[in-house]
Design a protein around this ligand. Sequence first.
Ligand SMILES: [Zn+2]
Length: 107
Amino acid sequence: MLTDDDVPEGFVRFWVPCRTLPSDRAWEVINPADAKQCRWVDGGQRCTAQSVARLDRTWRTSDQRDAKPRWWHYCEDHLYGRRIQDGEIWMQIVAPADSPLAAGGVT
Ligand SMILES: [Zn+2]
């Protein structure tokens, strides 16, 4: 997670839904019935928690638009700094205080 030390003068730190970030739309919250083992691995040990979200890791090329989806599942502790709020995945970002993103974000 970011801290105030990561924020330069004139910038702000806030949370936004991942669906609003063009670079971060591959994450989605899953139904508990679809949970799988988290795929996080630390020191050769795989996390044993059940997933709460999944990341679309499907490899697509221009001539392979319908590639079979490949989902990677992660538990709440291993969302790479993201969090779940109101049924959505949120990402913490830093942007200029006067940016349109900041206007729609949650501090
Ligand atoms: Zn995990």
